[in-house]
Unconditional design. Structure first.
Length: 331
């Protein structure tokens, strides 16, 4: 007979006893109160073999990590621990939907088990969660290693597409913020990151090695197809082939090496962008060549490859010049 225990999950999973209950409870069922309502949610403990993980598990659309972008380099920090214990000691949280385990938290653990034969994946699985509960659990259940901004970018874009297809209408950024419990600025940044060409992202061994400031710089220059061929000027960082016998310290050294190489690659890419943009400006020789040298209060001229961008601050430009500009443009 299964022993059932109750737990209450707050905003932070690490401040509750749920993980302790899962680890120490000899039964397979745990009951806890919903963080959204007063109803009970029953979680069942399940074990699956390593070779079945990728067939039986999928990602919840509310999970902030990108499952398809996981690589060996993404999990070097937990690889040795899971290998030495024969599986994950902290259970993966999931919901059973149409015969598949949709993972709310613990994608890296699931992926690592799938890489290691003769290990088992331990999950605690709920049924029939509400949309609000799914979004909440996915929000608070990846605290050991916070998903990178590029992870979030891929996941939020995917979530937006799926919900729009399901509901038959466009999903606003404001609505996404409500669903995900994220700041509006973070959601909009993530959506802009998702438009960066995949060839650039694939230069890096894992999404976690791509910094947010680097992504923001790329977004600034993601115009006129400039980024489309940028990756062709660089070589992708290669990851070492593991033998399966590496120590924890050796795996840590590999992880640190990949982080160092990724930082260098980001600097190299940004330097190329800077040099390209500098050449674009000095190479301009169009009809506005003399005009852009002039100092007109309230008017800023910026050269591009194909011409000149004009920015006008109406509060600073003189009324006479503003009138002339308006007359010229309207003509």
């Amino acid at each position: 007979m299964n022993t059932k225990k109750r737990a209450v999950i707050g905003r932070k999973v690490t401040t509750t006893n749920l993980d302790e209950l899962i680890t120490k409870n000899s039964g397979n069922n745990i009951v806890e109160r919903s963080p959204i309502s007063e109803r009970d949610i029953e979680w069942e403990r399940v074990e699956i073999e390593s070779q079945d993980v990728l067939n039986k598990c999928t990602k919840s659309i509310y999970n902030k990590r990108s499952f398809k972008d996981l690589s060996l380099a993404s999990v070097l920090d937990i690889y040795h621990s899971i290998k030495s214990t024969g599986g994950n000691t902290e259970a993966v949280r999931a919901e059973l939907v149409d015969g598949k385990y949709e993972i709310l938290g613990g994608l890296r653990r699931a992926y690592t088990v799938s890489l290691l034969p003769d290990t088992k994946l331990t999950l605690v699985v709920a049924k029939d969660l509400t949309e609000e509960e799914r979004a909440h659990f996915a929000l608070v259940m990846d605290e050991y290693s916070e998903p990178s901004y590029m992870d979030k970018a891929r996941s939020i874009s995917e979530l937006k597409d799926k919900l729009e297809k399901r509901n038959g209408m466009e999903l606003t950024g404001t609505k996404l913020c409500e669903i995900l419990g994220m700041k509006k600025s973070n959601v909009y940044y993530a959506l802009s990151f998702s438009n960066i060409p995949n060839d650039i992202i694939k230069l890096f061994p894992a999404l976690k090695f791509i910094s947010t400031p680097f992504l923001r710089e790329l977004v600034k220059h993601n115009k006129e197809n400039y980024l489309d061929n940028l990756a062709s000027h660089f070589k992708a960082i290669e990851t070492s082939q593991l033998t399966g016998k590496e120590s924890k310290e050796e795996l840590l050294e590999i992880d640190e090496f990949l982080e160092k190489e990724s930082k260098k690659l980001q600097r190299d890419i940004l330097n190329k962008i800077k040099n390209d943009k500098a050449r674009d400006k000095t190479a301009y020789d169009g009809k506005f060549k003399e005009l852009i040298k002039s100092n007109v209060s309230g008017v800023k001229f910026t050269t591009t490859k194909n011409g000149v961008n004009i920015s006008i601050d109406e509060s600073k430009v003189s009324p006479d010049i503003l009138e002339m500009l308006l007359t010229s443009f309207n003509s």
